[in-house]
Write a protein that binds this ligand. Structure first.
Ligand SMILES: CC(C)(COP(=O)(O)OP(=O)(O)OC[C@H]1O[C@@H](n2cnc3c(N)ncnc32)[C@H](O)[C@@H]1OP(=O)(O)O)[C@@H](O)C(=O)NCCC(=O)NCCS
Length: 235
């Protein structure tokens, strides 16, 4: 390993060079805390090319090798799919590579709010007092998370969402753009809230809920339905 001065910015790669990767790059550049060395992406069509001026060095499976070769300090996962992001984060941490956060300088985060690892906090986000934001959460552009709300691991809160106080968002939840969540409700794990929905009651795990007020339109995710189809007929 090279010896670097203590003032040197920490060197990171962004995993995922799609639209969300570009957003994460912008956040890291605006924040100025890290030196972004480029991207990794499994899409071969963009490998060795540049995205927003930075090289896509290879696929995500190259991370461990590149961590040594590039003298990397850490990485951040910029993959929108909640399940993929959570699973990959666990693999990377098991490999001993640090996952860092990207927090836009225009975000406002209460002094006593807590953030996990691999968290993205985009421009204009407000996180109020006593909130707990889990690992691998995306708080997307301009969303508001009010006091004492918990956002579970691997959830994605889309742009312009407003979440009131004391809401519990379980792991893996997707809250669509512009949705509103009233105080004290629970969004069950891996549930999906449609764009523009107003949630006034608890949402069951894996349900998809849309509308004003939000009502479930699907009881379980496609993956669960597929799993059920694979069971023997007499089970
Ligand atoms: C909720 C959502 C995930 C459902 O997608 P889907 O499972 O493919 O559902 P479909 O498009 O088949 O729609 C099913 C029904 O729900 C209705 N519906 C879907 N989304 C809706 C919404 N946001 N609000 C109200 N009704 C909605 C459809 O009109 C359809 O009604 P119908 O059965 O009477 O025709 C999707 O529509 C959505 O809102 N996604 C949000 C995307 C987003 O915020 N992206 C931002 C990324 S940063």
């Amino acid at each position: 390993m090279k010896t670097r001065g203590s003032a040197a910015r920490r060197r990171v790669l962004i995993l995922g060079a799609g639209g969300h990767g570009r957003v994460v790059l912008d956040i890291l550049l605006q924040a100025g805390q890290y030196e972004v060395l480029g991207f990794l992406d499994n899409n071969r069509d963009i490998q060795s090319r540049r995205v927003d001026g930075l090289v896509v060095h290879g696929s995500i499976s190259d991370l461990e090798r590149l961590a040594r070769e590039l003298d990397l300090d850490g990485a951040i996962i910029a993959i929108g799919d909640n399940g993929a992001r959570r699973g990959l984060a666990r693999q990377i941490e098991q490999a001993g590579i640090e996952l860092v956060n990207a927090v836009h300088p225009s975000a406002t985060i209460a002094y006593n709010a807590t953030l996990g690892r691999n968290v993205v906090v985009a421009a204009g986000v407000v996180v109020c007092a006593n909130c707990q934001i889990g690992d691998s959460v995306i708080l997307n552009t301009g969303c508001i998370v009010d006091h004492q709300t918990m956002i579970g691991e691997g959830s994605h809160i889309c742009p312009g969402v407003r979440i009131a106080g004391r809401v519990k968002v379980e792991p893996g939840v997707f809250v669509g753009i512009g949705a509103t969540i009233v105080p004290k409700v629970t969004l069950g794990c891996e549930s999906i809230i449609g764009a523009g929905a107003v949630v006034i009651d608890d949402i069951p795990p894996m349900a998809t809920a849309v509308g004003v007020p939000a009502r479930p339109i699907k009881a379980a995710s496609a993956s669960e339905e597929v799993a059920a189809m694979l069971l023997p007929a007499d089970v």
